[in-house]
Structures are given as C-alpha cells and as structure tokens.
Write a protein that binds this ligand. Structure first.
Ligand SMILES: NC(=O)C1=CN([C@@H]2O[C@H](COP(=O)(O)OP(=O)(O)OC[C@H]3O[C@@H](n4cnc5c(N)ncnc54)[C@H](O)[C@@H]3O)[C@@H](O)[C@H]2O)[C@@H](O)CC1
Ligand SMILES: Nc1ncnc2c1ncn2[C@@H]1O[C@H](COP(=O)(O)OP(=O)(O)O)[C@@H](O)[C@H]1O
Ligand SMILES: [K+]
Length: 510
C-alpha cells in the first residue's frame, strides 16, 4: 500500500510548523515589513502575482475566462492586480466590484487604475459569464478586514456561486470566513484553492473555515516570523517540523525496558478500546505493554496479542499496587472504561504515581462534575484527550473557538490538552498550541480515538516530551488514516504505523 500525504492535492507538510496568525498579528507583521522599507503597493502586487502563479500551478491549462469579484478594500485591490496579470496572460477577464472606481483609495485605487478595464457591479447578474464555462472565479471581496456578517448583494452573489461548476480561488480568505475563528459570517464561497499571504490564518485551519478554504497555499510576501509579536505563544500548524527531532527511535543500546513499559487500565465492559490502544502503543514503539484489568476480564486480553502482558488490578487500589513497580513509564486510563467513581479513583491513583498519564474517554467524563480536581493535577505530562462532547462536560464554562478554549483548558488544568476532531487542537500549559490541519474524515469511526490515546501513551512511555508526544500522536494517527483511506476501521490504524514510520525515515533520512 502506498502512503498518500496529500489532501485536496497539496501536502500539509508544506505548511507544517508555520505560525498560524490572527488578522491583528498579520497587520502588525505587515507594518514591520513596510517599516523595513518595502512599499505597501509592492506587497499588494506580490500578493496578486502569487495568486496567479498558484492558479497556473494548480491548473496548468490556462482558463479562457476569469471573473474577478472585488470588494471595497485591499482584498479587492489584490483582485485588481490578479485581473491585470491574468489579462496580460491572454485571459478574457471580467471584473465585478462592490463599489465604483472613484470610491477606491490608497493601494487599492492604484490597483484599480492599473486594471483600467470595465468594472461591472457586484450583483448576481455579473455571474452570467460562468454559464459559458472554462472560467475561474477569483474571490477578492473580503480578506482579513471582514468586519461583520456579509449581507445584501454580496451575500446574494455568494449564494449564486454555490453549485457553480467554475472553480473559485479565494484571495487570502474565502470572503465571509472570519480569519480569526473560522466562523462563517453570513455566507462564504467554497474555494477550490485559497492563496493566503505570509502565514496561514486561524480561520483556514479551524472548522468550519477549514472546509471552505480548501487547498491552502501560503505565499511569501516578505514577512519574517520575527515580525510577529509574541511569537512563542502563536499556534503552529501541526506536522513533523514540531516533533520529528523528539520522535523516539531505537538504538543498539536499547532493550525492552529502555523503550518504555506502558500500562493501560483495562475494564470488562469495553475491552476492545483497551486492546486498540495497547496495539497502537506497541506499534509506535513501547518496549513493553501491560494491561491492568480485573481477573474476569483477562480472557479478553489473553487471547488478543501474544506480546501483551496481562496483570490483575481491580480498581484504584490494584492499580496503585501495580504502579509501585517503577519500571512502568507511562499509563493510560479511561479508554473503554465507564465514567464512574471507580474510574475516577484509578485516574487519581495513576496521577499520584507521578507517571506520565493519558486520560481518555470515561476517565475524562468521570470528572464532569469535578473539574477542580482535574485542575489540581497541574502537570504537563498528564495529557487529556477529549472530543468536543467530553470537553464540554469538563469545561462547560469555556466559550470561544476551539483554539481559545483548548488553550484556556490547558492553562486551567495545568495539563496538556488535545481536543479532537477534524481540526484537532493541542495545547500545553506553557501556552504552546498546535492545530492539526489534515486528518482525513475516515478517522471518524468508533475506536479511532482509542488508537490515538495508545499512540500518545506509547510515545510518552518512551520518554518523548508531552506536547511533542501529543502532537506526534495526532499527526501519525492522521497519516495512518490517510494511508488507508476509504473503508478504514480503527483496527487498521495500528497496522499502518510501521509504514508511516518507514515513510518518515525516507522523507527525512538520518
Ligand atoms: N498592504 C496590505 O496591508 C496588504 C493587504 N493585503 C490584502 O488586503 C486585505 C486586507 O485589506 P483590508 O484591510 O482593506 O480589508 P478587506 O479588503 O478584507 O475588507 C475591508 C473592507 O471591507 C469592508 N467590509 C468589511 N466587512 C464587510 C461586510 N460584511 N460587508 C460589507 N463591507 C465590509 C470594510 O468596510 C472595508 O472597506 C488582505 O486580506 C489581503 O488580501 C495584501 O495585498 C498584502 C498587503
Ligand atoms: N471528520 C473527521 N476528520 C478527521 N478526523 C476525525 C474526524 N472525526 C473524528 N476524527 C478523529 O477520530 C478520532 C475519534 O475519536 P473519538 O471521538 O474519541 O472516538 P472513539 O471514542 O470512538 O474512538 C479522533 O482522533 C478525532 O480527531
Ligand atoms: K477573499
């Protein structure tokens, strides 16, 4: 089987590790760029040309026609640059703008002058050209300056674009997507290609914006990371750049104990979850794996994997006794366990043992009415892996987009928090965050979260630092899901890890 790294035709690895910025951060960086002596109109010209290059790369056969939809600000200005450039390439370009030529100001007015051609009104009738086909639509209505929900004629135009067979290229952000949160404000077109400038914006990676801003290209307009205020706390795009150097690999000096002895608390009612997590932890390299379970559950585990150790541990007291063996390096409590007081006591026993700990599933919900206890854990090497439902039960008062909420939860709990989904966010208590951009929807299948918990456990057990272990677990989980694709069930994921690891070593030979 061949691994597929690409989603919507583009590798997320191309943007891995990049800062993910807000509109305010982008504007601050642009100001620094201008202060270094780069004229702002040059930056707009670079941005517009980058859009054209991205269109040429994506569709090597030139379009006969282009319809440029231009808004009233600098996003519209970029659109006029694109219009000029495409016309210079021989394309039949039509422009529809939100305001008349004489109302433009600053750089956008210069771009309008450079265009010089006819400008139609931005209204649904302007889309008639699309009926002729072989046309690219350039959405340059609003970018990071979107200030309120889209309405009126612009909304009507966006609605009329839905279902159009002509591909839409979003300049900077699909118009109507909040660049900071990914929220759809009123309406937004679904872009087949999105060309942004400097860095990805949060709204490109968080849901629902992520689904609108497909095939994201980040064009260089001369900004430097150092131009970003508070760079250390700015989220990053998750990918190998964030964790590759910390990924544990065995050496000749290793033996099974030096590769970590991971422990999974297993129950009697949903042993499948424990088995999946165990398999994943072993595949990612844990030297040994023990399932701690009440005796009546042992048959489930004993017939599963011959390389797996099964030990008796009934409840928190049993787990506590077992963890007196200092060779255990990391634990997982909660996958497949009921959300009850016994499970909660087991989580507390595992935390008290001082081992790195992944708390998942029932282990999280068991604290639904006791968020303060969780908050008392206060250790970065305790990783919480809720999906949105579990998160809402644990932190009901937290509001805002997923990035804001995850970061706040990590701060409150003092732990590393992974909020799962198509836009998984990872946050450390030190303020570091990462957004995972490219997990395939095939992962939305029962047991897939247990595999993720096991991957993180296996990495933690081998001594990988917690934030990196969480980020790597999420990445590798997504890569395995993409490698299998259609028809994926959770059992497939651990079996794809060897291939993912092999590919990683080929991509980055050491
Ligand atoms: N010189 C620069 O600052 C650069 C800016 N660039 C482009 O400029 C964009 C930002 O430009 P602006 O700050 O002018 O902002 P935008 O062009 O994104 O939008 C702001 C304009 O739209 C209006 N507006 C906002 N929301 C609206 C709504 N819901 N309904 C109706 N009108 C609305 C505002 O009143 C304002 O006129 C970026 O997204 C990027 O495309 C690039 O050219 C790179 C350089
Ligand atoms: N639409 C999606 N796209 C990408 N990844 C998804 C999607 N839906 C779910 N996932 C991933 O699948 C896993 C599901 O975990 P979880 O909700 O805990 O399910 P379970 O408990 O059944 O294993 C998580 O890692 C999540 O990020
Ligand atoms: K736009």
């Amino acid at each position: 089987m061949k691994l597929r790294w690409h989603r919507h035709g583009r590798s997320a690895e191309e943007i891995a590790g990049l800062p993910v910025v807000t509109a305010t951060e982008m504007r601050a960086a642009e100001q620094a760029l201008f202060a270094r002596g780069t004229p702002s109109f040059d930056v707009m010209s670079t941005a517009g040309r980058a859009v054209v290059v991205a269109i040429q790369q994506r569709w090597p056969t030139p379009f006969k026609r282009a319809l440029v939809l231009a808004g009233p600000g600098n996003n519209g200005g970029d659109g006029f640059i694109v219009a000029r450039e495409l016309a210079n390439l021989g394309c039949d370009v039509h422009v529809a703008a939100a305001q008349s030529r004489d109302l433009y100001s600053g750089d956008a007015a210069r771009a309008v002058a450079l265009w010089g051609g006819h400008i139609a009104r931005l209204e649904p009738g302007a889309l008639a050209k699309l009926d002729e086909g072989d046309c690219v639509v350039v959405d340059a209505i609003f970018g990071i300056g979107l200030a309120r929900p889209v309405e009126g004629q612009v909304k009507a135009v966006i609605h009329a674009l839905h279902g159009s067979p002509c591909p839409i290229v979003a300049v900077d952000v699909p118009s109507g997507i909040d660049a900071d949160t990914g929220e759809v404000l009123g309406a937004a077109p679904r872009a087949a290609l999105t060309v942004t400038f400097g860095w990805p914006k949060r709204g490109h990676l968080l849901l629902p914006g992520k689904e609108w801003a497909r095939d994201l290209v980040v064009a260089d307009i001369g900004c430097h990371d150092a131009d970003l205020p508070g760079l250390g706390a700015i989220p990053r795009v998750n990918g190998t750049a964030l964790w590759r150097n910390d990924l544990p690999l065995p050496s000749a000096a290793d033996h099974k104990y030096t590769r970590g002895h991971a422990l999974v608390a297993g129950g009697a009612t949903m042993p499948g979850a424990t088995r999946l997590a165990s398999r994943a932890a072993r595949r990612i390299g844990a030297g040994m794996l023990t399932v701690a379970a009440p005796r009546e559950a042992h048959p489930f585990y004993l017939i599963d994997q011959p390389g797996l150790i099964v030990r008796e541990a009934a409840g928190a007291a049993g787990l506590k006794t077992l963890l007196e063996d200092r060779r255990f390096t990391a634990t997982l409590v909660g996958s497949g366990l009921p959300a009850d007081s016994d499970t909660r006591a087991m989580v507390e026993a595992a935390a008290a043992s001082g081992r790195a700990l992944v708390i998942d599933g029932g282990g999280l919900t068991a604290f639904a009415d006791a968020g303060d206890v969780l908050a008392g854990f206060g250790r970065a090497d305790i990783i919480l892996t809720p999906h949105e439902g579990e998160f809402a039960r644990l932190f009901p008062s937290l509001k805002g987009d997923k990035l804001v909420r995850t970061r706040e939860a990590a701060r409150i709990a003092g732990c590393t928090v992974v909020v799962k989904g198509a836009d998984t966010v990872i946050a450390g208590p030190d303020g570091r965050t990462a957004i995972n951009a490219d997990a395939p929807a095939w992962l939305a299948t029962a047991g897939s979260g247990d595999v993720l918990a096991g991957l993180i456990l296996g990495l933690l057990g081998q001594g990988m630092p917690a934030f990196e272990a969480a980020a790597a677990g999420v990445s590798l989980h997504g890569m395995a899901g993409a490698a299998f694709g259609p028809g994926l069930i959770a059992e497939d994921l651990p079996e794809l890890i060897p291939e993912v690891l092999r590919l990683l070593s080929e991509v980055d030979p050491e």
